[in-house]
Ligand binder design. Structure first.
Ligand code: GAP
Length: 444
């Protein structure tokens, strides 16, 4: 299968089955903004729930937070985003298109007579690179002037830094401890694309871990390993995951060390999560810009210090895309192509399909009863239309791990067939055992 074809197939399956739709499609769409349909919202929610469970519920040293998207504009001066969250851009004076200065399609040096516009082909019309800030701006209050500018946050992390003492004091945590948050972030990306890989509105799953200076390197190594384990436990192919260490020219302005967790997408190895040693940069800057002391008092050691921060930062949309790319497969079955999204059962949007074999002989009534019984426990889907083989294929494409079929035997002896998505093998299970049977396999 050609690599680009896989992305095209995923985009079309996503629309057909209700995973992901283009935003404002009836108006021609909005560039690199996407909406999640009924199956997509469940899939992404399952990704986020797994992250929240691993980071907050399963640990004693991490607290959750949900900070607002809009923050005091000084936050972004302190964080370095107003001055430094920029891409160098060039304009074509002839066709008025705008490009990143490092766009590989540009021939020659922007600003020089040899440079050629990749869209209209004019020579010498590209301007010198100019810095363009990636933050979206809006206005707060009724007056749209400079003093009213606020930004849509480009990362969730800053909401955690400015609340760190609030969380510390209200939760009675002690350093080392962490704060986790899932929330929207916005970046006016110049070269977005690859479906939901790089978008202008996206969700981040970020955790900031506050440690004593000097212990940061060892915590950084721990978090690097834990985050890779989490990715593997999503069921992603281990051979398609790797670390990429940032060289000095790649490091963000705040980072002393950084590793990306990368996945091998059809369009190459790309970052899905970053683990960063942000030192005391952020708290130090917020202390300086706000004039408020952000030191931690370590009672046991009778010491004051600004904690160092180890950050883990993943994109919920990007991880969702990774899960979909990794799960997609096509198989030849009885002369037909079977499309399967082989999701980890915990991530699957629908856990089981429930089908009456035929629409007579008491089967629909019994199937409806089974469906309502299971629906109280898991997301399940009732389908009585078309041949049973077609119904199985529809569930395979939705990534549903189990299908429960009510047939003539069910009416006679209250047993059903349970068919596995991956092997297509079938088991006969008593109705009184069905819920426990599914639960055991869904949580395995
Ligand atoms: N707080 C640090 C931070 O934001 P980042 O490397 O810029 O670091 C972290 O972003 C993660 O957020 C990335 O690994 C990616 O998963 C996700 N992300 C960043 N920009 C994105 C975009 N435009 N679209 C989708 N996800 C994005």
């Amino acid at each position: 299968m050609a690599d680009t074809t896989l992305m095209d197939k995923l985009v079309s399956l996503s629309k057909r089955r209700g995973f992901i739709f283009q935003s404002s499609e009836i108006y021609g769409g909005l560039g690199s903004v996407w909406d999640y349909g009924p199956l997509g919202v469940e899939l992404k929610k399952n990704v986020k729930d797994r992250w929240w469970h691993a980071m907050v519920h399963a640990r004693e040293d991490i607290e959750g937070l949900d900070a607002a998207i809009l923050m005091h504009p000084k936050v972004w001066e302190a964080s370095g985003h107003v001055a430094g969250f920029t891409d160098p851009l060039v304009d074509c004076r002839h066709c008025k298109n705008r490009f990143r200065a490092d766009d590989p399609r540009i021939k020659g040096t922007p600003g020089q007579p040899d440079a050629q516009c990749p869209v209209c082909g004019s020579k010498g019309t590209l301007t010198e690179p100019r810095l363009f800030n990636l933050m979206f701006k809006t206005f707060m209050g009724p007056v749209e002037d400079q003093a009213a500018i606020v930004y849509l946050r480009p990362e969730t992390a800053q909401g955690i830094y400015v609340n760190y003492l609030n969380v510390l004091n209200s939760s009675r945590q002690k350093v080392p401890f962490g704060i986790a948050q899932i929330g929207k972030a916005f970046r006016n990306e110049i070269t977005p694309g690859n479906f939901i890989f790089r978008t202008r509105e996206f969700e981040q799953m970020e955790m900031q871990f506050f440690v004593k200076p000097g212990t940061d390197v060892e915590w950084f190594e721990r978090w690097r390993a834990w985050r890779m384990e989490w990715c593997q436990e999503l069921g992603l192919t281990a051979a398609k995951l790797r670390f990429h260490q940032h060289g000095p020219d790649e490091l963000a302005h705040y980072a002393k060390a950084a590793f990306d967790i990368q996945y091998e997408f059809p369009f190459g190895w790309q970052e899905i999560e970053g683990v960063h040693n942000r030192t005391d940069f952020d708290l130090g800057r917020h202390q300086q810009y706000s004039g408020k002391k952000l030191e931690y008092f370590d009672q046991a050691a009778n010491e004051r210090y600004i904690p160092y921060i180890v950050e883990t930062s993943a994109g919920a949309d990007r991880v969702t895309l990774t899960v979909m790319v990794d799960a997609y497969r096509e198989e030849a079955v009885e002369g037909e192509t079977r499309v399967v999204l082989g999701f980890h059962p915990a991530l699957a949007p629908i856990k089981a399909g429930v089908f009456p074999l035929v629409k007579k002989d008491g089967m629909p009534e019994l199937a409806t009863e089974v469906y309502h019984g299971l629906k109280r426990r898991f997301p399940v889907f009732y389908d009585d239309s078309g041949a049973i083989g077609r119904r199985y294929r529809r569930m395979d494409e939705a990534g549903t791990p189990f299908c429960v079929t009510i047939d003539g035997e069910t009416v006679a002896n209250r047993t059903v067939t349970v068919r596995y998505r991956d092997s297509m093998a079938q088991d006969r299970v008593g109705l009184d055992q069905l819920e426990a049977y599914l639960r055991e396999r869904l949580t395995a």
